[in-house]
Write a protein that binds this ligand. Structure first.
Ligand code: FAD
Length: 306
């Protein structure tokens, strides 16, 4: 979600349209409910077991964390953006060559070129059409990979769509792109035109790094899990974009469902005698005091450990 802080998210149940950044803030706030230890800015590079069979997670700076279970929510791993393969293009990154959109307002009333044909390119085209001076979408294929409805919306809009084209040259001065050359992939015909901002959405390079060495069964670069999000290693669970199974929903809502399954399963791993069915959290004994503070009382609490 950090990839699209200013994207409007419409499809999380019970949450009215919300910017990605704001949803992250709300998730962080809610996560504080059980006072977890939160460690930021660290990359897990190794998972081993100590003599007590506890998992030992080691991060890149050598810090070690112990746990009885591990839930891997690593998405597609450490992601890096697929850059434009044009020599010297990187010098424009400090000005008007963008691989992510951090601030929508930067693009207001501008002539924007978006290179790419997947969900991100289509989403940004639809976001900017109402506020930009012009939007041109350059894509190597004639078909777009984005969600059908969004592709239709983009095609019916004022956006100029150039397929099958690719960006071949950036022309600028003082590290600012002023013009762009695109080439038709079949006729090789070239066109040069003025531009204010260039957004490149050519996808992401996934790097699972050491994760692949931990022995987790993977298929097509995704972890294989059962219907309770357990990997092949007892005590290690996988959720969200990192995993695949039949009927997997690749949305935030799908990741939430995976998380609930994995947490309940992890609890059973730690306490095999615990009830199998998960109870609603509001009846967890730990909420008794908090509910009282909110003026709510109810005797229906259960003693839930862990
Ligand atoms: C452009 C775009 C728009 C989208 N729009 C929507 C939308 O409108 N609605 C919707 O429901 N879904 C949307 N999605 C899909 C949604 O973002 C994903 O389903 C969701 O983010 C999956 O969550 P996740 O936690 O599995 O992975 P991620 O959100 O990718 O989080 C994985 C995290 O793990 C971290 N990580 C990776 N490796 C390590 C490591 N070794 N150590 C420590 N940390 C690590 C990564 O840095 C990252 O922060 C969109 C996706 C994209 C790309």
């Amino acid at each position: 979600m950090l990839m699209y802080p200013e994207k409007m998210i419409w499809d999380v149940g019970g949450v009215t349209p919300i910017l990605g950044e704001r949803l992250i803030d709300q998730l962080k706030e809610q996560a504080q409910t059980f006072d977890p230890t939160i460690v930021l800015g660290q990359k897990v590079v190794d998972v081993t077991r100590d003599v007590f069979a506890h998992f030992l997670l080691t991060t890149a700076d050598g810090t070690q964390h112990y746990s009885r279970t591990v839930i891997l929510a690593v998405g597609y791993g450490a992601l890096s953006l697929q850059k434009l393969e044009i020599e010297g293009a990187d010098r424009y990154e400090i000005n008007n060559l963008h691989y992510t959109v951090q601030e929508v307002d930067v693009f207001r009333d501008k002539n924007i070129v978006i290179s790419g044909g997947g969900n991100s390119a289509v989403d940004w085209a639809n976001t900017f059409i109402p506020i930009a001076k012009s939007v041109t979408v350059i894509h190597r294929r004639n078909e777009f990979g984005g969600h059908e409805m969004n592709v239709r919306k983009m095609k019916e809009s004022s956006a100029r769509i150039c397929t099958p084209y690719e960006v071949v040259k950036l022309h600028g001065s003082n590290d600012v792109i002023e013009e762009i050359t695109i080439r038709h992939l079949e006729t090789e015909e070239e066109e040069r035109f003025a531009v204010d901002e260039v957004i490149v959405n050519h996808g992401l390079k996934c790097d699972f790094g050491a994760l692949k060495k931990w022995g987790i069964e993977m298929k097509d670069d995704l972890a294989v899990v059962d219907n309770r999000c357990a990997t092949n290693i007892p005590g290690i669970y996988g959720i969200g974009n990192f995993v695949n199974y039949e009927s997997k929903v690749r949305l935030i809502a799908g990741a939430f469902t995976d998380a609930a399954l994995a947490v309940n399963n992890a609890k059973l791993f730690i306490e095999p005698d615990a009830p199998e069915a998960a109870y609603v959290s509001s009846h967890n004994i730990c909420f008794k005091e908090r509910n009282k503070q909110l003026g709510l009382d109810d005797d229906n609490y259960r003693e839930v450990r862990g």
